[in-house]
Ligand binder design. Structure first.
Ligand code: GAF
Length: 385
């Protein structure tokens, strides 16, 4: 699709709103290499941004009206009064962009209306952060349209608060920071306590490696309560141990701490502490040897999510097992879980065979054929034109 084609989002914007967009802003989805369910425990994460992204075509309006449209829902325009936005007042996909506008206003920023058309190629419900990409695209759009001067981390916090307080999902900060702050060719090592970032080069192609993303097409829904229950369990465990967060539990103190906890919290705490260790181990490997030695750490991370944190499902477990049996160096589910996507690190020469083996295994089970992508560490949110 070219910008001048009659079906381009720019042309669709003009057709919908009767004028051209002022600009185009883009925010990517992500995969997390390692560090799952650590972000709401003040821990460490290591995501990369994907080439798949949400684009916001937008023009500022002077009358306080927010008009929202999406190329995924042709013909629908949701019209909202910015001053009247309130949690619970907007349903469906429009809740995410509206949430960001509400949050900016709540935070005291002098913002008003806009015409916005959203265009996304981030698969939804695949654990690839389509919601965070949507929020971040709107946050960066408003930052420019209203000259707010906010930094990437401030916009990520606005987007997270939008999801927590308006949409109602108690997510951590990983997805929004990944979308806002990742850079091309690197993984982002984020300390979610103070948002300090380190960028570690991740030259997959140059190392003869491919990072496959296998979308199991089992839709996860973080709003369904399971995610909130896990987060609450972690917070209860930290409180029982007298710690600000599980991040403050050192690996050496883990056995003694587990003895003091009720049985149902033991596997949660074990996952979080060992997962933080795997992020740090991954960083050491990347800095000393590059990505080729990461496989076993990824697979160990999956075992922990499967056996301790219990956020995997038969489809993600099978994808990991078959990928590794077919020659992947390592594989794990990525994101919140309960479905979504698996990442598999393979030698590039083996990537097609691994993808084929997983596809055949799914078809043999009578499951939908997985969607397969190749993850390339890409740039974070930015103005595109
Ligand atoms: C989801 C959440 F949105 C993130 O904050 C993070 O907790 C992740 O699940 C699990 O690591 O993507």
């Amino acid at each position: 699709m070219t910008p001048t084609s009659p079906t381009s989002p720019s042309a669709a914007f003009e057709e919908l709103y009767g004028h051209a967009p002022e600009g185009v802003w883009v925010a990517p989805g992500r995969v997390n290499l390692i560090g799952e369910h650590t972000d709401y425990n003040d821990g460490f994460v290591l995501p990369i941004a994907l080439p798949q992204a949400v684009r916001a075509y937008a023009r500022r309006r002077a009358d306080g009206v927010l008009r929202l449209a999406s190329t995924r829902v042709p013909g629908q325009v949701v019209e909202l009064d910015v001053a009247g936005l309130a949690p619970g007042g907007v349903q469906g996909w429009a809740a995410y962009p509206a949430a960001v506008v509400w949050t900016l206003r709540e935070a005291g920023h002098g913002i008003g209306g806009a015409d916005v058309l959203l265009d996304s190629d981030v698969p939804g419900g695949a654990g690839l952060s389509s919601s965070a990409a949507l929020e971040c695209a709107v946050a960066i759009t408003y930052n420019d349209l209203y000259e707010l001067g906010l930094e990437a981390a401030e916009l990520a916090l606005i987007a997270q608060r939008a999801e927590n307080d308006f949409v109602g999902v108690p997510c951590g900060i990983m997805d929004q920071m990944a979308s806002m702050a990742c850079t091309a060719g690197t993984a982002l090592h984020l300390d979610t306590r103070d948002l300090s970032a380190r960028y570690v080069p991740l030259d997959l192609a140059g190392s003869g490696l491919t990072l496959l993303v296998l979308d199991t097409r089992v839709q996860h829904d973080l709003a369904d309560g399971a995610y909130a229950a896990l987060r609450a369990g972690c917070e209860r465990a930290a409180a029982l141990l007298g710690l600000p967060a599980l991040r403050d539990l050192a690996a050496a103190d883990l056995p003694a701490a587990l003895d003091r906890l009720p049985a149902e919290l033991v596997p949660l705490v074990r996952h979080v502490v060992t997962e933080n260790g795997r992020v740090e181990q991954t960083m050491r490997e990347l800095e000393q040897h590059g990505p080729a030695t990461l496989g076993p750490i990824l697979t160990a991370g999956h075992a922990s999510l499967r056996d301790d944190y219990r956020t995997s499902c038969p489809e993600t477990d099978l994808a990991v097992a078959v990928a590794v049996a077919a020659g992947a160096l390592g594989a794990r589910m990525t994101g919140g879980g309960f479905g979504g996507s698996v990442i598999a690190l393979t030698r590039t020469a083996d990537a097609d065979a691994v993808a084929k083996a997983v596809t055949e295994a799914f078809l043999a089970e009578g499951w939908a054929e997985p969607h397969v992508y190749r993850a390339v560490p890409s740039a974070g949110a930015r103005r595109e034109s």
